[in-house]
Write a protein that binds this ligand. Structure first.
Ligand code: PGA
Length: 255
């Protein structure tokens, strides 16, 4: 369990743009230093700035993603890649096609498999066989979820199907401006699987996340706020926040 001495890292930046640059730097370093790295990237509104920065760096030939394996973080159950609701497709449109990633580099969650449980386990084992992800970049859900590890998710949870809270369903529907109906079940990489990553970046921006970030970093770790489990990764966790998101943190934590 966590010791009383904090060994995870927190960096607070002036605004979302500076935080996005810092997160993009970690992605770039991982891609440049490791041959054939396995990376997971978040969906949502938070990472859009980081996606623009990465795309610009690729356009300037500063980073090359041709050797990277992308492991998708989550996907709705029963949703295939050509469905407008697909999170994999969303990530493809928002980033992957802009950085030269080819479809064969993308490991989508097997969320249309006949045996979802067996398929989720196989996906998890593919990550474990690589010694864990080299880098997981995560957003923080308004309810404390990471990926779709909703409240109630334990630290040792593996890749699996999970029921979404009504709050998460309506949050997701805003990504498509309410134009699609969001399933109430998703397959997500588990908390335990994420904790095996060699590096984890939790990217959090905006005042609306201040209270949930405070709970994730300052309250006792627990399944009520699944992101709090990330502290178990110790020095492998880098929290990247802007001043607004960090505004409720105590002086002891914010430094
Ligand atoms: P957001 O979502 O970036 O749209 O706030 C974060 C998340 O739910 O992981």
């Amino acid at each position: 369990m966590e010791t009383s001495v904090r060994n995870w890292n927190l960096a607070v930046f002036r605004d979302a743009g500076a935080a996005s640059e810092a997160a993009a730097d970690v992605v770039a370093t991982t891609v440049q230093r490791k041959s054939n790295p396995a990376i997971s990237l978040p969906t949502g509104s938070t990472p859009l700035g980081m996606f623009d920065i990465l795309s610009a760096r690729v356009a300037r030939s500063e980073i090359d993603f041709s050797d990277v394996d992308i492991f998708c973080l989550d996907e709705y159950v029963g949703v295939s890649l050509d469905d407008p609701t697909s999170l994999t497709r969303w990530l493809w449109d928002a980033l992957l096609h802009r950085i030269g990633v080819k479809p064969e580099q993308v490991h989508a969650l097997p969320s249309t498999a006949f045996d979802l449980s067996a398929a989720a386990t196989a996906y998890d084992e593919a990550i474990t066989a690589r010694g864990g992800l080299d880098l997981a970049v995560l957003g923080l859900g308004p309810n404390g979820h990471i990926g779709y590890n909703e409240p109630g998710s334990e630290a040792d949870s593996r890749t699996r199907v999970i029921s979404l809270t009504p709050e998460s369903v309506s949050q997701a529907s805003s990504y498509w401006e309410g134009a699609v109906s969001i399933p109430d079940k998703a397959m997500t990489i588990g908390v335990g699987t994420l904790l095996e990553s060699k590096r984890i970046v939790l990217l959090v921006t905006g005042g609306a996340k201040a209270e949930i970030l405070r709970r994730a970093l300052e309250e006792p770790m627990g399944a009520d706020v699944p992101a709090s489990w990330l502290r178990l990764a110790g020095s492998r966790l880098q929290v990247v926040a802007d001043e607004e998101a960090a505004s409720s943190l105590s002086k002891e934590v914010a430094g």
